[in-house]
Ligand binder design. Sequence first.
Ligand SMILES: Nc1ncnc2c1ncn2[C@@H]1O[C@H](COP(=O)(O)OP(=O)(O)OP(=O)(O)O)[C@@H](O)[C@H]1O
Length: 292
Amino acid sequence: MNAVADNLRVVNAHGLRKAYKNKLALDSASFKIDAGRIVGLIGPNGAGKTTALKAMLGLIPFDGELSVLGRDPRTERDELMKDVCFIADVAVLPRWIRVREAIDFVAGVHPRFDRARCERFLANTQLKPKQRVREMSKGMIVQLHLALVMAIDAKLLVLDEPTLGLDILYRKQFYQRLLEDYFDEQKTIVITTHQVEEIEHILTDVMFIRDGRVVLDAPMEDVGERFTEVLVNADLAEAARQLGPIDERALPFGKTVMLFDGVPSSALAGYGETRTPGLADLFVATMKGTYA
Ligand SMILES: Nc1ncnc2c1ncn2[C@@H]1O[C@H](COP(=O)(O)OP(=O)(O)OP(=O)(O)O)[C@@H](O)[C@H]1O
């Protein structure tokens, strides 16, 4: 690898393995993340997403090679944390603290905290400076927590289900702000969520993880090149099936949607209308049989 590539690489993971008592949470997982990317780490319940994030943050012991911003999270966690920000459990906010005091506190302990940016995030909520955490709804606590964290200028931002428990208005707004007010090409964001449809438009890369392994790792533009969905009429279904769809689902009026991997869309156009599948449909097709 040359020096430029080294410089751009934010995460380099090779053969990550994490075994809990009777469960292999990471099973030889390998992936790379470059600077200036927004990566969606997507997988079913128990696939190993949180475990992968915890390994990157140096929060658990594991086997395999891992470097984050050029450091080994196992041995250089303190240094690493100067450049990494992550959303920890919202329960860390004391119940007596007021919005204003929480901002003062983070401003006092974090040299890269941007008060104006935090206030911009809060301006889009109903939170008031004097309000205490104990007077807030669950979602409001998450909003405060997100506003505090998003105002810290970090090279790597790790978000594990950041919008859990938030209503759809706020979720949409959060991802828009993340893109407009936080992200730039010097930053890298790794995000896990089950609400795939809501983040797919902001992702530059997608990683599917299943049973502790990375089963798809691609820039979003490659997903569009590689996968094609075809709306096939009943009379052409059998012929289209010969091209080996990885998945199909029936629609009303005898139509079938078939999903192809690696078949050029020019070869598929004769069977019906073609389009790039949404991440949610691709995910469901890839993960079929997970709970079998
Ligand atoms: N502290 C632990 N002790 C024992 N097993 C654990 C522990 N943490 C995670 N696991 C197991 O490791 C596997 C991966 O868990 P992980 O939390 O990484 O999944 P996830 O992909 O984040 O799932 P979810 O979408 O449900 O949050 C699961 O089978 C889980 O039961």
